[in-house]
Design a protein around this ligand. Sequence first.
Ligand SMILES: [Fe+2]
Length: 216
Amino acid sequence: MYVPLPSHKYVPKPYDLHGLNGISDQTLAIHLKLYEGYVAETNNLMNRIRDILMDGQVDQEESPAYAEFKRRLGFEHNGMLLHEYYFDGLMSGGSKEPSATSAFRWAAEESFGTYETWKVDFVGVGKMRGVGWAVCYLNPYTGKLSNHWISLHEVGNVAGFTPVLVADVWEHAFMLDYQPSERGDYLDAFFENIDWKVVEHRLNRSVAPTSTPPGG
Ligand SMILES: [Fe+2]
């Protein structure tokens, strides 16, 4: 019996982020176009994989293309989602630091002793050589935060952890506004525009999948 497979149609999220501090509207316009490209390519790859599966198998002739589509899908799909975490977490008129009573500050203090130490570590990741992402994750098993480097979108993600704060440090994110050597200035600007309410929401919605850590 022939059962048609569904097509995949992610739709780019609309963002109105003009007027950020230190990140120009021109940079944002280019960056959002790039994001839309990741959405389009994710749909394209998923649909090409769907086409291969239409006859219910992956035969020998198709398998090299199938493998290549699957490998590229990790890059494109994570490229789409990481950009959404990044853009969702920005707002015009954001505040540089979370408030004294914020759950994020509390989590940072629980995890690093002080918020300032958490920030030194996050910015340290963001200034690492190479292009990629600085991501603060919540470990849902322990409730602790940790900062990680992701390169090429799909390398370095931590399985099961929740992205809480995501900074794009590919050069396209800042090269119209800063020199490549001024990534620290771009990260200062990034912090000027954080929507801490979104960050806190990500913390709160993350529910531990089990009360016992794996292997515990
Ligand atoms: Fe980007």
